[in-house]
Design a protein around this ligand. Structure first.
Ligand code: CO
Length: 296
């Protein structure tokens, strides 16, 4: 049995190498006064330069926002002193996706939050191999986070990855739960501990504030801009996109997105928010006889 086709393995490794590079370049840009749209655009354009495709718009989620914030076209947000800034980057090579995240804490008091998420990730990765129950990995993540006196976010999890599918089985909880799943050789997983001092779960914000979309079906639309979005996003095969990648702007853009949403052509990712600062670290791992962390 071939556990992972050599060509697929190479694509994952290439995606991982690019993801690591652009994540680190983005991380170096995180300073007070920098516009997050500049960081997002830099990471995405470098991804393309290096031969990859952004698997989703870079998520730049600050402080109590856990995930799914990506700057819109007109976003003026600047990084502030003391912010906790999470960059979550995805790179696709023919749908084989590397998923990685890093957190920068701009104040001394929050550096421990970041350390806890990084340490939990590293300890979890040590347990990854074929035949292991993800339950064990989840318990370890929770244990490390709690050893710092912090809490894991319980309703955000690591996940499997398949071609053009960015969240598949198994889920990998960030605390000890009852969900059992034995890892098999050839699977690809992302582990992503989220750490907070506050409430241990996140809530979805109102849908009207969504900033990330995904084309789920192609149907005839009335507005020219809506048709153009379908045409442009069609070859992404469902991978998420940003309004920054669309030619239309202003009211025309809003109307087009509204029509697409009303006709159920697009779905949107709601912003996920806790009630206190949150840190996240993430790597993608190929579950092979010798596991490969492609984003490290
Ligand atoms: Co992920």
């Amino acid at each position: 049995m071939v556990f992972m086709d050599k060509e697929i393995l190479e694509k994952y490794k290439k995606a991982g190498g690019i993801a690591k590079t652009v994540r680190d370049e983005g991380k170096a840009m995180v300073k007070p006064g920098v516009k997050i749209i500049d960081i997002a655009e830099k990471i995405e354009s470098r991804t393309i330069e290096l031969g990859g495709i952004p698997a989703w718009p870079v998520n730049i989620s600050i402080n109590d926002i856990a995930a799914h914030y990506s700057p819109s076209k007109d976003d003026e947000t600047e990084i502030q002193e003391g912010d906790v800034v999470k960059l979550d980057v995805g790179v696709s090579i023919d749908g084989y996706v590397a998923d990685t995240a890093v957190t920068v804490a701009l104040s001394e008091e929050d550096k421990k939050l970041v350390e806890a998420s990084e340490k939990a990730l590293e300890e979890a990765i040590k347990l990854v191999k074929p035949g292991v129950d993800v339950k064990k990995i989840s318990a370890k993540i929770g244990e490390v986070i709690e050893s710092y006196g912090f809490k894991p976010i319980t309703n955000l999890t690591g996940h499997g990855l398949e071609q053009y599918i960015i969240h598949s089985e198994p889920r990998i909880s960030n605390y000890k739960d009852d969900y059992s799943y034995i890892l098999e050789e050839g699977e690809v997983i992302a582990i992503e501990p989220f750490v907070t001092r506050g409430r241990n779960y996140i809530k979805e914000e109102d849908e009207t504030r969504a900033l990330i979309y995904s084309l789920v079906q192609e149907k005839p639309c009335r507005l020219r801009e809506a048709k153009e979005i379908i045409k442009k996003m069609s070859d992404r095969q469902g991978l998420p996109f940003s309004d920054r990648w669309v030619d239309a702007s202003g009211i025309k853009l809003r109307l087009a997105l509204n029509e697409l949403s009303r006709r159920e052509c697009i779905s949107s990712y709601k912003i996920l928010r806790g009630d206190s600062k949150i840190a996240q670290s993430e790597h993608t791992i190929l579950v092979l006889d010798k596991p490969v962390v492609i984003t490290r």
